[in-house]
Design a protein. Sequence first.
Length: 231
Amino acid sequence: MSDTGSRQERRRRPPKPLDSARLEELALRYVARFSTTAAKLERYLRRKLRERGWDGEGEPQVERTVERYVELGYVDDEAFARMKSGGLLRRGYGERRVERTVERYVELGYVDDEAFARMKSGGLLRRGYGERRVRQALGEAGIGEDLRERVRPGGGEARRAALTLARRRRFGPFGAGPLGTGPLDRALREKQIAAMLRAGHPLDNARRIVDAPSAAEVEQWAAGADDDEEP
């Protein structure tokens, strides 16, 4: 077979089905080439899944992949909207026309404040940040008070976030040495509570974890709250 025939055969060969590594590679290439939004990246990945199929373990984690890229700052809906707005202004478009363009992007789903707020909130909670830090981060991103209230974490989410932080930072009964061997000394206790407060957790939750006699008790406390309860 000639070289030309081999090249044509390679071009006709269908691409391999996606797995986790190939899905990640597609996402990374896309955000490297384009300034985009979470909604646009998710649509792109789902289109590729329809075209190529899935050959990985379990279900394709499209939403989690997009969420991670938002957390890493590779995808930023607010930055995209500001860049688009700034570009239009520099090209001589009036402010009202810029507003209409941004509104159209919202209508098309390219910019979705609620999706961004839920994704940002979920990412921060999974990293161990509390409600106050979540609200602060959303406010800095331009999310309005009403929407911040709608995506406010419930009691169960708030407790699980506090548990995540305690495990990661080895606070209270998760500290080094045998668990549940007695209370912390006063200086260490105050230091750990202060760290939990800085991470956005309420004082009651911080005290409950730091003063807990055992890790099992903290885990039971975190599992015992519903997400519709107050934090």
